[in-house]
Design a protein around this ligand. Sequence first.
Ligand code: PLP
Length: 403
Amino acid sequence: MEQATSVKTEQAFQLADRVNRISVSPTMAVLQEAERYKAQGVDVADFGPGEPDFPTPEHIKRGAIKALEENRTKYTATPGIAPLRQAICDWHAKQLGSSYQPAECIVTVGGKHAIFNVVCSLINAGDEVVIPAPYWVSYPDIVKYAGGKPVFIPTRADDGFVLRAADLEKAITPRTRIVIINSPSNPTGAVIPPDEFAKLLEVCRRHGVWLLSDECYSHFVYGDARPFSVASLPDAKSGIIIAGSFSKTFAMTGWRLGYVLGPPQLIGAITKLQSQSTSNATSIVQYAALEALRGPMDSVSAMLAEYARRRERILAGLRAIPGITCNAPLGAFYVFPNISAHLNADMPSDTVAAKQLLEREYVAVVPGEAFGAPGYLRISYATSIDRIDEGLRRLNHFFGSAK
Ligand code: PLP
C-alpha cells in the first residue's frame, strides 16, 4: 500500500524535460539566502541585488494611480496599448538614435520576458546561440529551455571583457541563429565600443545570424560615454533585435515591463506566443510606462550620478585589498573583482568564497561561476555609500584573514 502511494507521488512529480533542463537563477538563490539571514535580524551587507535601490520616480507612480482611477483595468491588445508602442519607438529614436515603427514593437512583461519570447520564437531544437562569457545568468537557461544549445565565447579581463568580432567569427557554425550581446554588461560592466559593435553586426549579417542586443543598462554609462544602441548604426534594423527593459532605467523592477524592437514578422510571432501565455503586460503598468517615456529624464541622470559616486568608492576599496584585481566598470552598477589569488584548499572556488562570506561576515555577493567566470565575484553597488563602506570593511577582514 505504502509502495503504491510513493509510486503515485513520483508520477505526480514527473516534470517536463524542458523544465528539467534549466535551473533556478543563481542570483535569486543568493538573494534568498541573504533574505533568510535578514529575516533572523542579521545585519547583512547586501551586494547581491541586481536592482536599483531608488524608488520609482513620482510622475511614473502617479501615472499608475491615474490609470487605476480611470478604470484602465481591462485586457489590452496583446502587443501593448498603441500609444505605448508609439512612445517606445519615439523614446528609443530620441535617446538612442533608432527609427522603429509601432509594428516593429511589442510590450512584454519585463526585459527577461522579452529575451525569452525572442529566443522561443526563433530557436529550434539543436540551434546554437552564441553567448559571450561572462554572461547574464538567464541567457543559457532560456536557450536550453527553448531546446537550443548555448555556445560560449570567453572574453578577457585585460581586454575589458569586450566581445571581439574575430572571436565571434570563429564561433559561428551553420547552426548558429542568434548572438546575444549585453552592453553595458551584467556582470562585468563592460561596454562594447560602437566601432566593435559595427564589426560584430557585419559578421552577423554576413552569416545570416541575428544580433540580439540586450539594452537593459543602456542609460547607465560612466565618464564621457553616452547611451548607445546598435540600432543607431546605418541600415541597422536589418539583422538586429533589441530587448529593452523599464526595470533599471526607471527603477521599475517590480512593475515588470519590457519590450522587443525587431522586424514585424518576429513581432507577429511573439504576439502569437504571448497571446497564448501572458497576454498583455499589466494595463496600469503600461499607462505608467507612458509617463516614464514622455516625462523628464532627470531621475535617470540623478541615479547615474549616485552610481558614479558609489563606483569610485567600491573600486578604490576593492583595489586596496591585497590579491584582488578589478576592472573599472564602464557601465551598469556592478563590479567584478578577480579573487582567484585568494583561492586555496579551504576556499577552493568563488562559490565557496561567496558562501563563506555570507556565513562568516554576512556579506552577500554572487559567485562568478554563476556567470561562467570562475574566480570572480559580482558585487552590486546599487546600495548606499554607508553600506558600501561597511561591506568593504567586512571584505577586508575576510580576505585579510583568509590568507
Ligand atoms: N538583462 C540583463 C542583463 C539583466 O541584468 C536583467 C535583470 O537583471 C534583465 C535583462 C531583465 O530585467 P527585467 O526582466 O527586470 O526587465
